[in-house]
Design a protein around this ligand. Sequence first.
Ligand code: MG
Length: 266
Amino acid sequence: MKAPAALAALLLVCAAVPAAAQGTHPRPEETEVWKPVPAVVTPGRTDLGAPSDAIVLFDGKDESQWVSADDHTPADWDVHDGVLTVSKKAGNIETKRSFTNYQIHLEWKVPSGITGSGQARGNSGLFLASTGPGDDGYEIQILDSYKNSTYVNGQAAAIYKQYPPLVNAMRPPGEWNVYDVVWTAPTFNADGSLKSPAYVTAFQNGVLVQDHVALLGPTLYIGKPHYAPHGPEPIKLQAHGDPSAPISFRNIWVRVLPDTAQAHMP
Ligand code: MG
């Protein structure tokens, strides 16, 4: 075998060996999906106030429902003119209350004049259950995905690195986006094994973007998701460390849902 042919054969063998067997660390790129790109849909009007049975998590006045996700001290984001804006310095915040199954409404805005690209452009996130400090939990992505491409399972309304959104229903920077999300928490057997996975149904600006998808576990930046048992958890908002200008929130409310739906028949 001539030298170039031997080298080619060696390279083929190396390519067939999984990364783990080569002793290398898993990389974030290994769980990115880039195609197909969700179709762009221009949303209609959305104007939804809190219904009478909702728990209001942000009414435009204060952060009294929220604490730092890291040390549970009072939340220290910026509240101005009825709007809650991320403080990257203060880090992630989460609700004082814990929840199991619920419906949440949340409005978010990427500032006009935002700079950056890919994941470094208006990145935040709604963690539907915060299972620990930092970014532990189940994230539906918040990002400026208006004419800003990235891996599709990491664009806005993706279940991060698990499910791309069905379509791209983004409004441009400077306009409010609306999430309405139904979260069904996972359940676990007494031995800690998974009984039923978490489910998410989500609308962005009134457009269905996640249709009762079964999550594979908490959302991870690197590696394959897997479940670990947990109970009711707080809802968390992400202060992502990218250098682009911080995004804002308003009008956040939640409706607690029963654990199980019962059929009613005559
Ligand atoms: Mg994020």
